[in-house]
Design a protein around this ligand. Structure first.
Ligand code: SAM
Ligand code: SF4
Length: 370
């Protein structure tokens, strides 16, 4: 338990259970919609970002997190956009790190790693133990092409810093028909050689990117067949509640783990244990559906941060107050969580059926928090 963390709360949390009996224990919290890259499957080249005034403040992000922890959420992943481009994000991570051991079991983030070199040490010191790094190629020219601007050298320095800080790294790689299909075995060998798990992801039709997703989409069923012809893939049993939608195999020849996230070819919604909150405070109960509940209204209906129970001179950045689950002042937020859970859809229904098809949703992944 990091310094400043406090003892377990006395009362039992009222769990977040949806209409299909699924218990939500995992929050993905987007801290910004902005990014320093423009990955061709994620954003459009001329992406318009939200005015900063629409974003939840760092204090509000902590309050939202506390409300979820009080309802049994045990894992929080910060995401975006690129979480590390948000000014003072380390302050937020330190505040959330104080919740570890006090309801929260894991604090992590998903990052493109371009800014990781400078913050890897702070992340580890705040209690982050492992991170996901999104990387689709280890070829510098292809990296620049896929991200439409990125410098692979910065990512590699970020990874070296993560290793030096003792952070566990998992690589996430979106499988792309033309841009990385042939390089995937080399990526897997590289990642396993560095001691990283690697998870392959099918592209999802979210938001207009100015590119035709049919030209990019590579079904992982075909990738798996090709890899199985080259290597021995040994299925791993499903993991614990934190494991998520990945199906893992061990690659006998490299000794490393390889995951497959297949939203298109193999729906995994029956075991969904997560919700997503955007940087403006909307809770999306499903990445692939439009239903949301606005938590920002609820937060602002509740007490002002200065009145927050347990607030010290550091306000809500102090350790989570012991009476958090019962406190009166966040009732509107708590009711909003009940409304959201009651409306969690059964499943997404993505498809990429042909050339020129419109995205399944207008919302980009970078808005919902991937
Ligand atoms: N910027 C950070 C990063 O790239 O790791 C965090 C946010 S990014 C939206 C989170 C993940 O979503 C990344 O792994 C990215 O590859 C993935 N992603 C973005 N758009 C996607 C899409 N349309 N289909 C599948 N994955 C996507
Ligand atoms: Fe930025 Fe991540 Fe989207 Fe790439 S995938 S544009 S790094 S938010």
């Amino acid at each position: 338990m990091p310094d400043g963390a406090i003892a377990q709360p006395q009362s039992t949390p009222r769990p977040l259970i949806d209409a299909f009996g699924r218990c939500v224990s995992y929050l993905r919290l987007s801290v910004t919609d902005r990014c320093d890259l423009r990955c061709a499957y994620c954003m459009s080249e001329r992406m318009k970002f939200l005015p900063k005034s629409e974003l939840l403040t760092l204090e509000e992000l902590v309050r939202v997190s506390d409300a979820f922890i009080a309802r049994g959420v045990r894992k929080i992943r910060l995401t975006g956009g690129e979480p590390l481009v948000r000014r003072d994000v380390i302050k937020l991570i330190k505040a959330l790190g104080q919740r570890l051991g006090n309801g929260l079991e894991e604090l992590t983030l998903t990052t493109n790693a371009t800014l990781l070199e400078a913050c890897a040490h702070d992340l580890a010191a705040a209690g982050v133990r492992r991170i996901n790094v999104s990387l689709d190629t280890i070829d510098p020219a292809k990296f620049r092409e896929i991200t439409r601007r990125g410098d692979l050298g910065a990512v590699m320095r970020g990874l070296d810093a993560a290793d030096a800080a003792g952070l566990g790294v998992k690589i996430n790689t979106v499988a792309l028909k033309h841009q990385n299909a042939d390089d995937l075995p080399g990526m897997i060998e590289w990642a396993h050689g560095r001691g990283y798990d690697l998870t392959l992801i099918e592209i999802m039709p979210l938001g207009d990117t100015g590119e035709d997703r049919f030209d990019q989409y590579l079904p992982l069923s075909a990738v798996r067949d090709a890899l199985a012809a080259r290597w021995t893939l040994i299925d791993e049993p499903r993991g614990d509640f934190l494991a998520g939608p990945s199906r893992y195999v061990k690659v006998n020849e490299t000794g490393g783990r390889l995951g497959f996230i297949t939203p298109l070819t193999n729906n995994f919604c029956a075991g969904c244990n997560r919700v997503r909150v955007t940087c403006t405070g909307r809770i999306y109960m499903c990445l692939g559906q439009d239903d949301y509940v606005d938590l920002r209204d609820a937060i602002r209906a509740d007490a002002a941060p200065g009145q927050f129970p347990g607030a010290s001179s550091e306000g809500v950045f102090a350790a989570r107050p012991e009476e958090a689950p019962d406190r009166a002042l966040d009732r509107a937020l708590d009711r909003a969580l009940d409304r959201a859970l009651g409306a969690k859809p059964e499943k997404h229904d993505f498809a990429i059926r042909g050339h020129g098809a419109a995205p399944a949703l207008d919302r980009h992944m970078s808005m919902t928090g991937g």
